[in-house]
Ligand binder design. Structure first.
Ligand SMILES: [Zn+2]
Length: 385
């Protein structure tokens, strides 16, 4: 049984994360290799994982030669990758949240296409294809951003999914979106904006998380160039808690641009309700760095098909086989992600749900795979919301 979660499973995880002050890494993947490395890391640290596709990541999964007219490649690629993860997840035995990353206004047809596929999937399987989609209309006026988000939230809620939205602009550059020149006030979301979004979205459902800007940027920059202000998140939580008389930390926040961030700031952000931290750039580097180190170490065996220091005709096949050097990249990703889990206080956070349709775990598969020695907590009745 697939271990890809719906909103109900995600909600349990986020509630546990807030109660125990940790967050999960969300990894931008592009291929089976990057997916497998993410699942492997999660299994190794015994915690759930968030896997996500950007628009171009989805297209890359399908293949660079396929035209992306009408978003066809990005839709088909993300859907194919999601189905792959549904199939693979029981063997890794780790709950997975499947998200899609930034969809600006012009990319909404991509989200529409994935929702159409998700509706078909839900009809057949009784569970969502993706756990969540992100819509990033932070460039648009706030009222347009929230009105559009409400429309999508309604659709996603029906599919037991949640919506990730963005308020304020994440700085830096990623996937061809360049916000390096954005004026700095926009990089800090105001409590009134978060409160307005919270109030309006709650009229539809609670199935949302908010990416708020607190000086975070996409990419990795020279130390001192990024000024994170997690207190921005705290101010928003307090504002909403007071205004709507909610429990502590009512909003689930997402930290975009986690690569290269100081651990103290990450931990502070978690204290203020961050449950998910996106990590992309550092994973890209880890992938390459694993291959780079492998090449350096075995350089003399990687110059021709035949001939190396052991003999002029000695074969080098076992050095240049893609499964060997790509694997080194995978291991390097896995190690970097394990570090991220440590920094996020997210090691050994496996949750077990009891009850069929409760999604977090299928008990039958637990016994089968024998992976559950370190289960942290058992949640009964995930099925009943
Ligand atoms: Zn982002």
């Amino acid at each position: 049984m697939s271990l890809v979660q719906g909103y109900r499973g995600a909600k349990k995880i986020f509630e546990d994360a807030k109660a125990n002050r940790y967050a999960l890494p969300a990894v931008n993947v592009t291929s089976t290799s990057t997916i497998n490395a993410s699942l492997e890391a999660a299994k190794e640290v015994n915690s759930p994982v968030i896997i996500q596709f950007s628009n171009s990541g989805g297209a890359f999964f399908l293949g660079k030669s396929i035209s992306n007219a009408s978003q066809k490649a990005s839709i088909t690629g993300a859907v194919a990758a999601a189905k792959y993860i549904h199939e693979a997840s029981p063997l890794y035995g780790i709950p997975v949240l499947l998200n899609t990353d930034h969809a600006a206004k012009k990319l909404l047809p991509w989200v529409d296409g994935m929702i159409a596929e998700g509706e078909k999937f839900y009809k057949t399987n009784g569970r969502p294809l993706f756990t969540s989609h992100m819509i990033d209309l932070s460039e648009e006026p706030l009222s347009e951003n929230i009105d559009t988000c409400k429309r999508y939230l309604e659709k996603l809620t029906k599919l037991d999914m949640y919506l990730e939205l963005e308020l304020g602009v994440t700085g830096g550059e990623e996937d061809g979106v360049d916000n390096t020149g954005v004026e700095s006030s926009k990089l800090y979301t105001q409590p009134e904006e978060v409160s307005y979004a919270y109030e309006e979205l709650m009229k539809v459902s609670e199935n949302f998380v908010i990416a708020a800007s607190f000086g975070n940027v996409h990419g990795v920059y020279k130390p001192g160039n990024v000024k994170l202000e997690p207190a921005i998140l705290k101010n928003s939580q307090h504002y909403i808690q007071k205004k709507f008389n909610t429990k502590n930390n009512p909003v689930n926040f997402v930290f975009h641009g986690g690569s290269g961030s100081e651990v103290a700031k990450i931990r502070e952000a978690i204290d203020y309700g961050v449950v998910k931290m996106n990590i992309d750039t550092d994973i890209q580097w880890a992938f390459w760095d694993g291959v780079r180190k492998y090449y350096k170490k075995n350089e003399a065996f990687l110059q021709s098909q035949l001939g190396n220091p052991t003999g002029d005709d000695a074969p080098n096949k076992k050095y240049y086989d893609g499964r060997v050097w790509i694997r080194e990249g995978e291991i390097s990703i896995k190690n970097r992600l394990a570090q991220a889990y440590e920094e996020l206080n997210g090691v050994n956070r496996l949750l077990l749900a009891v009850g069929k349709g409760g999604y977090l775990k299928n008990c039958a598969s637990l016994g089968e795979h024998g992976l559950w020695a370190n289960i942290k907590s058992v949640i009964v009745g995930a099925n009943s919301q």
